[in-house]
Design a protein around this ligand. Structure first.
Ligand code: ZN
Length: 282
């Protein structure tokens, strides 16, 4: 099986983006991996600090390793990790990639923390990919009434600053702030700054990751991929679909979890399928 780094080169060549979907439990895992298998596509499973506490970090690693042993390209990402302690625990547990999120800190502090974790990660596992983030995009994976405070054009990532940040930290992947926002904003779809994506891509030379993909229009996604986005994160949409599916499932008198949860899995599979097809030009 190819490594995640090799799949990213594959995505670059084909001008597609690898889907990244967050899960909290085995139902989410089932929905994402089964859909990726049906479409014969690589996929990344994300677990944030809260999500990995719920599913269990060792359990998530074991589930992904089992599927990798069957030669299915599924990779595990320790999504938004805020502290050195939590980062070290995830790296030691055997994740394939990790995101250090210190974007809310000063550039100096962000650089210092990110570099420290890159050094630790590479000393433990030379194959692990580390993602850094500059420019603020909000923190919630929820339904939002309006744009979160602190998110604006002024906080979008500066291409030159991004290059310096990469040089100073040694990260493998960059999550820029380009008009994207975490969560789904009720007042309308966030609009991506395609020019900014292109400008960053032209200067940095490492794969770009788009966070806060939920709620962005298909057309905007296509343009972003063309401009250089190689991984796209979807979380909130999946959560909404799961909850609605379970609500349907609970309407029957069924008490077997694998029956009343099945509707939730199906709803999630629909979202994953639609997104994967869009991101991979299918
Ligand atoms: Zn994110």
């Amino acid at each position: 099986m190819k490594s995640l780094r090799e799949y990213l080169s594959w995505a670059e060549e084909k001008c597609v983006a690898i889907g990244h979907f967050n899960i909290s439990d085995s139902e989410g895992f089932k929905a994402v991996t089964e859909t990726a298998h049906e479409l014969n596509l690589p996929v990344i499973i994300g677990v944030s600090e809260g999500e990995r506490e719920f599913i269990g970090l060792a359990e998530a690693v074991a589930m992904v390793k089992t599927i990798q042993n069957n030669n299915q390209p599924v990779f595990l990402n320790a999504d938004h990790t805020y502290s050195i302690e939590k980062a070290k625990i995830a790296i030691d547990a055997g994740v394939d990639c990790i995101i250090i999120d210190a974007a809310e800190k000063s550039l100096e502090e962000n650089t210092k923390l990110t570099k420290e974790i890159v050094d630790y990660a590479k000393s433990k596992n030379p194959k692990i990919l580390v993602e850094g983030e500059i420019g603020f995009i909000g923190k919630s994976s929820n339904l939002l009434e309006s744009l979160p405070e602190g998110v604006s054009v002024e906080t979008q990532t500066d291409p030159k600053e991004a290059l310096q940040f990469i040089k100073n930290t040694g990260i493998d992947l960059l999550a820029p702030s380009v008009g994207n926002v975490h969560g789904i904003v009720k007042t309308g779809n966030p609009k991506l700054n395609i020019e900014r994506i292109k400008a960053i891509k032209d200067i940095v030379g490492i794969p770009l990751v788009l966070h806060g993909g939920s709620g962005i229009t298909d057309d905007n996604f296509k343009k972003a991929i063309k401009a250089g986005i190689r991984i796209i994160h979807i979380n909130t949409e999946l959560r909404v679909a799961y909850k609605e599916g379970i609500r349907e499932g609970l309407k029957s008198r069924e008490v077997a979890p694998y029956k009343f949860l099945a509707e939730g899995v199906e709803e999630m599979k629909e979202v994953v399928k639609e997104r994967l097809k869009l991101f991979n030009n299918l």
